[in-house]
Design a protein. Sequence first.
Length: 258
Amino acid sequence: MSGAAHGHDTPVFVFVDLDDSLFNSARKCPPGVPLEPAALLKNGEVVSYTNPRQRALLHWLRQGATIVPVTARSAEGFARVLVDFPGMAVVSFGGVILDAQRQPAPRWAQHMQAALAVSREPMQQACASMSAWLVEHEIDAWVKVVEENGQAQYLLTKHRAADAQVLAQLAEQMLRPWAATRPGWRVFQNDNNLTLLPPGLDKSYAVAYLMAELRAQGDIVTVGIGDSLSDAGFLSLCDYAMAPQGTQLGQRLWECLA
Ligand SMILES: [Mg+2]
């Protein structure tokens, strides 16, 4: 029997979230292990590192699979990742698909432009409301609309001292009530990232699109890796899924099984 009949030749694609899945910010790194720089801040300072187990996982994946990063990072933030991903990548929560030359895939760009056009104004409103709330309640956080090529993608709030509890309160008191009255808008918080996603923007939509494109050329095996609840959608599309131990999604999965 040929390799194809056995399935040995079926290409494996790993759709993998980056932050907290393949590397961590310095404050979350385990003590006493050799770390290697994995991502930079805008000022060039190293902000994230890989530990030996993460590097081993990456090495193992590279040997047998094509790795496709699926990240909330903007294209600009993705460019500050030091780990090498030579192929295509999904950035901005699925708002942009980059090819190997880091150019936006034109058909997806067209689709997202139409999908997000109506969200710009409400997102600016949410940003203004959030800014006012932060001032009024003297919360030391910043908020911004993440944009790609001039197009509003999603709202991001971070606490300057990385106080996740303050962000959780902010989500409950301000952002979730805002989203609850607007169909399709979703709020995610994981640690010091509080995000508001407009209708039509989700990692899973971009991954579904890529999977369909790849499968149009022949069968593939898909594996998903992610650490956050916002990764669950694209993981559920994959043949196999992994969540790192001790992460938001990993914990939720074990809680469900316990
Ligand atoms: Mg993550």
